[in-house]
Design a protein around this ligand. Structure first.
Ligand code: URA
Length: 434
């Protein structure tokens, strides 16, 4: 087999066989296929696409290029969730204890934040003592004890994806749907869960900007997961503004804790979490979504989900006494309040710009090695649809390492628009693909 012939076949728009896909994934991961050959193949895939069957094979080959977690000891109850990334997205911290408190098992490999989006690992590390670097056996042991464990994806999870993603980034091939699907789903397959719920975000702060694109991505990920023997559903959710009130690591943990304690349910975060958790429970327990939803709402209101959260964080080494005083936990050295420059309704809020504003305080990284300030972030006091008068407080800005918040304030204001008329409200959940 020659890589030249595989490139030529895809250039002519033909479907590749399992053997051909296996050949180029193995060869590229091992360093036997050059970047220039792989770049040409990626561009041919980008232009001519791949069938669901080809994409499913590519996904499996990328997943098995490295370590695959074996969750067979948890039977059919293992369930995972993936978000395509957003601003203020602290759903994992809320959903994972909810579904674990209902008897499902969540063994989750998570990532760090980059650019305007946050990452679960950074949020967990803002809790004193909480570790996210467990060895595989310890990771499994925590999950066996409490039904829930989260740690960083090691270097050998889908190494083919790491190499291919780096090349896509510099060859204008990131936007190809089969390449995005295989990249995301290969890491999910390697994570080993039998059921997977995908939170596909659309809007100004998301990777997918239109409902049409998000639907195509969601449908293809569901098909590819199923072709690989997993139960999958996808929920398309709004990322036209940040999810919930807070952006920033300890602030988001505090918000998740409040929600699990039954407070602050009015921001849309609760509804998104309940929707995703219900899908996870329904898939992994093979029950109807309405039945699952009643269980999810009950486990939050009777306090079991919060108890599970405390058990989980303690097992990961975290000091849960900090949650007795959430203001002290998320407090920072410097705090400023941004006032409204205008009268009117907040018509829109560009989530990406707001994420960048929080990043400028130290809440996120511009490049992989940047240092994070766990206390940095923004608390929104006014959100899209709210009426404000000039001089009203819009948001509180916090940091412990950046004393001057003026650049963050300016970026935040640039992200807002004001109108005289009350703006129509946008859906929180657009569609569910099962
Ligand atoms: N996230 C991924 O992991 N891969 C992509 O290709 C796009 C988003």
């Amino acid at each position: 087999m020659r890589i030249y012939d595989i490139i030529d076949k895809k250039r002519r728009g033909l479907a590749l066989t399992q053997q051909e896909i296996d050949f180029f994934v193995r060869g590229y991961t091992a360093g036997d296929i050059a970047d220039y050959h792989m770049s040409a193949l990626l561009m041919a895939i980008c232009i001519n696409g791949m069938t669901d069957e080809e994409t499913a094979i590519l996904t499996e080959k990328m997943a098995s290029s490295g370590d695959m977690l074996d969750l067979s000891r948890f039977g059919d109850g293992s369930v995972d969730k993936h978000s395509t990334g957003g601003v203020g997205d602290k759903t994992t911290l809320v959903i994972a204890p909810i579904v674990a408190s209902l008897g499902c098992t969540v063994c989750k490999l998570s990532g760090r934040g980059l650019g305007h989006t946050g990452g679960t690992l950074d949020k967990l590390e803002s809790i004193p003592g909480c570790r996210i670097d467990h060895a595989p056996e310890e990771f499994m042991k925590i999950a066996s004890l409490c039904g829930l464990s989260v740690c960083g994806a090691g270097a050998n999870i889908a190494p083919a994806d790491k190499k291919m993603y780096a090349l896509r980034d510099v060859t204008a091939t990131v936007s190809s749907i089969p390449l995005i699907v295989s990249s995301i789903m290969s890491k999910k397959l390697a994570g080993g869960a039998k059921s997977i719920v995908l939170d596909v975000k659309i809007g100004s702060g998301a990777f997918m900007k239109t409902l049409e694109d998000a639907k195509e991505l969601a449908n293809r990920m569901v098909s590819v997961g199923r072709l690989n023997g997993r139960r999958v559903s996808a929920v398309i959710t709004n990322m036209d503004y940040p999810l919930g009130y807070c952006i920033g690591n300890s602030l988001e943990v505090a918000e998740a804790v409040s929600l699990l304690k039954g407070e602050k349910r009015d921001s849309g975060l609760y509804e998104v979490c309940v929707t995703l958790a219900s899908e996870m429970v329904a898939l992994s327990k093979s029950m109807s979504v309405s039945e699952a939803r009643s269980l999810v709402e009950e486990t939050v209101s009777n306090g079991n989900a919060y108890k599970k959260f405390l058990e989980w964080i303690s097992l990961q080494g975290g000091d849960v006494s900090v949650f007795d005083d959430l203001d002290a936990f998320s407090g920072a050295k410097y705090q400023t309040t941004l006032l409204s420059p205008a009268d009117g309704f907040i018509a829109s809020a560009d989530a990406e710009g707001m994420g960048i504003s929080a990043m400028m305080l130290g809440a996120g990284r511009q490049s992989k090695d940047d240092h994070i300030d766990p206390t940095a972030g923004v608390i929104q006091l006014k959100r899209v649809g709210d009426r404000v008068e000039k001089g009203d407080p819009l948001a509180i800005f916090r940091s412990s390492s950046v004393p001057d918040h003026s650049h963050s304030h300016a970026r935040w204001l640039q992200s807002l628009s004001f109108t005289e008329e009350q703006p129509p409200s946008l859906p929180l959940v657009y569609e569910i693909i099962r």
